[in-house]
Ligand binder design. Structure first.
Ligand code: TXA
Ligand code: MG
Length: 341
């Protein structure tokens, strides 16, 4: 990312020890908080998560409260391995193939929940499906090894931009999170790709850090409409028309919203606009001047946080291609630009 101006984003520091480098001592402290029913923010390869023990109803309630998240929007459970995942949900052949190809890593599978999984019921909001992921990040893995399966949504206030640094977490959640384990910026920078596999049907619920083309190469063609249409152009679809069991409830039109209006496809910008560029379109800040979508994805949320903290009244964003990771980048940008009413 190239910065042509750099007003530091405002960061509210609650107390000196809230953000700690994710070393052994800090992971031990986080583990103690989790065992006491508390929540901590933790780095993953996608974005920072707000974690609590998945078997503890009080911890899960604390996650919803800290984010201001509606109770009908279920959480992802993070486990150490495929073997641990199999104890919680039912895997058919395509689900197994996807897990083998992409775990550990930024893939979330939505699968039939095992009735005896023993998770806090609020995680699934009464659904018969469970979202599961085996994260690759060593800090998240260390925490799961010490505290068991962790429920973890992105560590931001509900509907706001996801955090890719510890400072973003503090800016969004403030004192609601007692400890943030800091391992620097997240490498992928976009949330996991969410794929639902039920009754042998494979559906993309959320484009993310693994391009849909790579999912299809393993699982075959992804099932279209209901979800695909909702994911690709959510702002065109009234929420009440989206079949609730098919769509990730968090994928509502206005999501990832910065405080200013967002204008997409901007090759140039006016003086009152903060211009986020890409490739050959140079802005106030340019995501990957070399035109790499992976590099742009890694910097996207930081760029939105940065633009939001500027004194400009509009955020203008350069166009991105729709292939590969461009689909997930455009999905997040369309949500950032969606009507807030
Ligand atoms: O990369 C990620 O996935 C990050 C890191 C922390 O793991 N987590 C994340 O969680 O993005 P969150 O809560 O911000 O987004 C999870 C999405 C929400 O849109 C939610 O509605 C959907 O997953 N989801 C969770 N359980 C579901 C289920 N059983 N069926 C359909 N969608 C589900
Ligand atoms: Mg989120």
């Amino acid at each position: 990312m190239e910065h042509h101006e750099s007003p530091a984003p405002p960061v509210r520091q609650v107390e000196g020890r809230q953000v700690q480098p994710a070393d052994t001592a800090a992971v031990r402290e986080a583990t103690a908080i989790l065992h006491a029913g508390g929540i901590v923010a933790v780095p993953t390869e996608t974005v920072y998560g707000l974690a609590g023990r998945a078997t503890d109803p009080a911890a899960v309630a604390a996650i919803y409260a800290a984010k201001g998240r509606p109770s009908h929007n279920p959480l992802i459970v993070h486990v150490a391995s495929f073997a641990a995942a199999e104890k919680l949900a039912i895997f058919d052949a395509p689900a197994r193939a996807l897990a083998a190809a992409f775990w550990p890593g930024p893939l979330t599978l939505v699968l039939p929940l095992r009735p005896d999984a023993g998770l806090a019921p609020a995680i699934t909001g009464g659904r018969k499906t469970l979202a599961l992921r085996v994260p690759a990040h060593p800090v998240m893995q260390a925490l799961i090894a010490a505290a068991g399966p962790l429920a973890a949504p992105s560590a931001n206030r509900s509907s706001h931009i996801s955090p890719t640094t510890a400072a973003h977490v503090v800016a969004s959640l403030g004192a609601a999170v007692p400890l943030v384990l800091d391992a620097g910026p997240c490498s992928a920078g976009l949330e996991s790709t969410i794929v639902q596999v039920t009754d042998g049907v494979v559906r993309l619920l959320r484009p993310g850090a693994i391009a849909a083309e790579r999912i299809a190469a393993i699982a075959g063609p992804l099932s279209p409409p209901a979800t695909a249409a909702a994911v690709i152009a959510p702002e065109l679809i009234a929420p009440e028309l989206i079949a609730p069991e098919l769509i990730a409830p968090g994928m509502m039109a206005s999501h990832y919203a910065p405080r200013q209006p967002v204008r997409l496809g901007a090759l140039h910008a006016a003086p009152h606009e903060f211009h986020i560029g890409f490739g050959s379109v140079a802005g106030d800040l340019t995501l990957s001047p070399a035109g790499s979508l992976a590099e742009a994805a890694a910097g996207l949320f930081a760029a939105l946080h940065h633009a939001e903290a500027s004194n400009r009244s509009v955020i203008a964003v350069a166009p991105f291609p729709e292939d590969g990771l461009g689909a997930a980048i455009n999905d997040r940008l369309r949500r950032a630009a969606a009507d807030r009413s």
